[in-house]
Design a protein around this ligand. Structure first.
Ligand SMILES: C[S@@+](CC[C@H](N)C(=O)[O-])C[C@H]1O[C@@H](n2cnc3c(N)ncnc32)[C@H](O)[C@@H]1O
Length: 426
């Protein structure tokens, strides 16, 4: 089979002239950029001739991003290395996805795997490896051909997209005509070889449901599924979650909040807790019944979900020009390394779930995220009640005197993660 990838490599880049292929690359790039992270270490798994990585790096010029490009085919990889020669933030390596990946756990912020999973021997094993090397809350962007995929649809979509461009599409159409013998060859390779191996189940063409199920088994939450590449691919964006008490039908799942729906749900939960239950914030300030503030922009939100419902939340605030929220009330000791510290804030568990140990699950998620991102110190100002006592029992220390804040008494506390986490850069 190696020989086929070697032949395919010679003509593969003709695909770059197809609008449907360009759209697939752009869609994957946009999915990675959604969270607007300024730093990201990405794995491009089954990178082929490096087209996705080039698209990604060209659009992330001012960001601190780097890409590890891996492929099993030396011919594909050679072309990727040539194409990406000018970039200093790329490393290409020959890696077989059928083998355990040669990287430590939680090495990557995001993984992209476009039309390569189907060619591996055991997709669930590969997804398990992706899950291992991805950080908690990291994204996996996956495109994989479906069982019904008809190669001609890629070309049909190209023509449709081209026609929509009107006169601007003429040069693209001319190129298409020029490249038509190569397109015919690509069509034949897919039709005669890839489809056949799919029919023999040596290649894994999976529909949306099958792929989503495999992702769930590998501890990913599917954020969304779409069709792409002329409808021949299922396109999935998923994030790595932490599953607690796996044995129950409806396990608790700990995740990092992603996207507008998660944010709206957690802001609503905060409104209910702070404005309606505790009365510590003025409801009239939040007419949309969602409580948020200036620190959210600089925060990561850990959530616990039971089924589809978010039942627990905890915000981790990073230092910024606003400082930390608790500094509105306390002066932090100089010994705190601000760049490696997050403040635990707005820890809330839905009323009807308050006795299920959900806070412990939230803390596990928070510590895991902190360890993987190098935030070794946690600070917080819990109310002087059950929560501060729980934190004391868990090894947190008080770092100042209690003080009144929004008609409750709070106490400043801190906790430092184990020594081994201290070597990781933020
Ligand atoms: C259809 S190409 C897709 C390339 C690229 N992701 C893109 O979208 O342009 C499939 C790629 O998967 C690679 N591949 C197939 N099996 C692989 C394996 N076991 N390990 C690593 N790469 C593999 C092939 O060499 C090929 O480059």
């Amino acid at each position: 089979m190696k020989i086929i990838w070697a032949i395919y490599a010679i003509i593969y880049d003709a695909l770059c002239h197809l609008l449907s292929y360009q759209e697939l690359l752009q869609r994957a790039r946009v999915a990675l950029q959604e969270e607007n992270d300024t730093t990201s270490h990405v794995l491009d798994a089954g990178c082929g001739t490096g087209n996705f990585t080039k698209e990604y790096l060209d659009r992330c010029k001012n960001k601190n991003v780097s890409v590890e490009c891996i492929d099993a085919s030396p011919s594909m990889l050679r072309r990727a290395i040539n194409k990406l020669r000018a970039y200093t933030n790329v490393h290409c390596a020959r890696v077989d996805l059928n083998q355990p990946l040669p990287y430590p756990d939680a090495q990557f912020d995001n993984i992209v795997c476009l039309n390569a999973l189907y060619a591996t021997e055991d997709p669930i094993k590969v997804l398990g490896e992706f899950s291992r090397v991805l950080k908690f809350g990291g994204k996996l962007v996956l495109a994989n051909p479906t069982k019904e995929a008809r190669v001609r649809d890629v070309f049909v979509e190209h023509i449709k997209m081209n026609l929509k461009k009107g006169w601007a599409g003429v040069p693209i159409m001319m190129k298409g005509i020029l490249y038509s013998p190569i397109f015919l060859l690509i069509f034949l390779i897919n039709f005669l070889w890839i489809k056949r191996l799919g029919a023999k189940r040596l290649y894994h063409f999976l529909d949306n449901k099958e792929l989503s199920e495999l992702l769930k088994q590998a501890h990913f939450r599917v954020l969304r599924t779409e069709h792409a590449y002329g409808g021949t691919d299922v396109f999935i964006v998923a994030s790595k979650m932490l599953v607690s008490n796996d044995k129950f039908d409806n396990p608790l799942v700990c995740e990092i909040a992603q996207g507008a729906n998660d944010m709206a749900a957690l802001y609503r939960l905060r409104y209910t807790a702070y404005c309606e239950e505790m009365g510590s914030l003025d409801p009239s300030q939040y007419p949309e019944k969602q409580e948020s503030d200036k620190y959210d922009e600089f925060s990561t939100h850990v959530i616990v979900r039971c089924g589809d419902e978010i039942i627990g939340i905890l915000r981790l605030i990073r230092d910024s020009t606003h400082g930390f929220l608790m500094e509105e009330c306390f002066v932090l000791p100089d010994s705190i390394d601000r760049s490696r510290t997050v403040e635990h804030s707005r820890g809330i568990i839905k009323k009807e779930h308050r006795d299920r140990g959900i806070y412990t699950v939230l803390l596990r998620g928070a510590y895991l995220w902190q360890r993987e991102h190098g935030f070794i110190t946690s600070i917080g100002a819990p109310r002087v009640d059950k929560l501060s006592l729980i934190l004391l029992q868990m090894g947190w220390e008080t770092i100042g005197e209690p003080s009144a804040y929004h008609n409750v008494v709070v106490v400043p506390m801190a906790f430092t993660l184990h020594k081994e986490a201290q070597n990781k850069a933020p």
